[in-house]
Design a protein around this ligand. Structure first.
Ligand code: NAP
Length: 345
């Protein structure tokens, strides 16, 4: 397969290059950069395996510009560009290649909800019905035939995976209270004062709590699509780690619902799903998933309330890894092809 990565110098783009360099079915990679075209990928990112150069021979192992990539006839395009830029820059590829968009541009189906989340109209309303929401385990069947895949955000992935099965089974009700901790790479590779080491190290902080956070709408859409009307209180926090995401969700159990029934709903939903691991006697930690495409989940009951715990790597299962998982599903490859699954000790 020949693939192209847009926004290849960013954190998600660099994570894609790492995965695709090792992926057995990827024969050729075009790494697109608007800022440093013509420079060597390995000069920019010496930590990448030299194997990447073997898969970039036609571009002399250099970043290329968008025009070059648009003429390359790639099977799949990964866009790791910022929202509102992504759909615009993917225009030459729609209808010609399978497009996997890691930005938010095509994730939210309701234009009003998109506007409430991003303070502007969706950039391609004409594509919202066509784009499949790429939450791999939940929308596997639609992904198999999708030509446009909107790869979910990291907070929605880590929140929805444990919550959708019990919600869809009617086992929970009321308000999902979601507390989320994210590593700093979730904010992207930007030169911003609030992202400096001195500002973030030894420091924990909530940010954009409630419906003001952009991912509130995307999580709410995921809950609404599960068939139940749950409210959502979402509080994200920045924690001083490079990458990783930990979520604790508390929600009331429906009358008559039990912890065993919730566990059954998760076991049924994720039977045979290699990237989801339901923990038995321990709670999730980010080191279990760091550098991997896994989501680990645990559950507990507290006086009629369900507590759900989940952890992912925001750059892998929350971005680049889930995008490659979707490519694997779409092209009929083994779902975990090229994807690391073992975490750290
Ligand atoms: N970081 C995460 O944990 C995470 C998780 C899930 C989803 N995402 C999504 O993935 C996308 C990339 O995120 P990221 O964290 O990798 O961001 P990033 O580190 O800021 O990288 C984005 C890349 O896009 C290009 N770019 C930046 N501004 C641009 C502009 N105005 N016009 C055109 N190109 C521009 C740059 O690459 P070139 O200059 O080389 O073109 C840049 O390196 C975003 O849409 C983000 O929401 C990120």
């Amino acid at each position: 397969m020949r693939v192209c990565v847009l926004g290849a110098t960013g954190y998600a783009g660099a994570s894609l290059l790492r995965i695709l360099a090792e992926h057995s079915e990827i024969k050729e990679i075009f790494a697109v950069s608007g800022s440093v075209p013509g420079t060597k990928v390995l000069d920019h990112d010496p930590a990448l395996t030299p194997r990447i150069a073997e898969k970039m021979q036609s571009s002399h192992a250099c970043f290329v510009d968008l025009q070059h990539a648009a003429g390359a006839g790639c099977d799949a395009i990964f866009s790791a560009l910022p929202h509102l830029e992504s759909a615009k820059m993917c225009a030459p590829f729609f209808g010609n290649s399978v497009v996997l968009d890691l930005s938010a541009d095509l994730r939210i189906k309701d234009p009003t909800l998109f506007e409430a989340s991003y303070n502007t109209a969706p950039p391609r309303p004409d594509l919202l019905d066509t784009a499949v929401y790429g939450l791999s385990e939940i929308n596997h069947e639609q992904i198999r035939s999708a030509d446009i895949i909107a790869v979910p955000g990291c907070y929605p992935t880590a929140t929805l995976l444990p919550l959708i099965p019990p919600a869809a089974a009617g086992l929970v009700r009321g308000t999902a209270v979601v507390n989320a901790l994210s590593g700093i790479s979730g904010a992207g590779r930007k030169a911003k004062i609030e992202l400096l080491y001195v500002e973030r190290t030894e420091n924990l902080a909530p940010y954009l709590p409630g419906a003001t956070h952009r991912h509130w709408g995307e999580i709410k859409q995921g809950l609404d699509r599960s068939g139940t009307k749950l409210d959502l209180v979402f509080t994200p926090h920045l924690v001083p780690v490079k990458q990783g995401m930990l979520i604790t969700t508390v929600i009331e159990l429906s009358p008559g619902a039990s912890l065993d029934a919730v566990r059954d709903s998760l076991e049924q939903a994720y039977a045979g799903k290699p990237c989801i691991h339901l923990l038995e006697n321990t709670l999730p930690e980010t080191r279990m998933v760091r550098g991997t495409n896994r989501c680990v989940i645990a559950l507990q009951e507290d006086r009629g309330r369900l507590m759900l715990f989940s952890a992912i790597d925001n750059l892998i299962k929350g971005a680049a890894g889930q995008a490659v998982q979707n490519m694997n599903i779409r092209f009929g490859l083994p779902e975990t092809c090229g994807l690391p699954l073992s975490g750290e000790v």
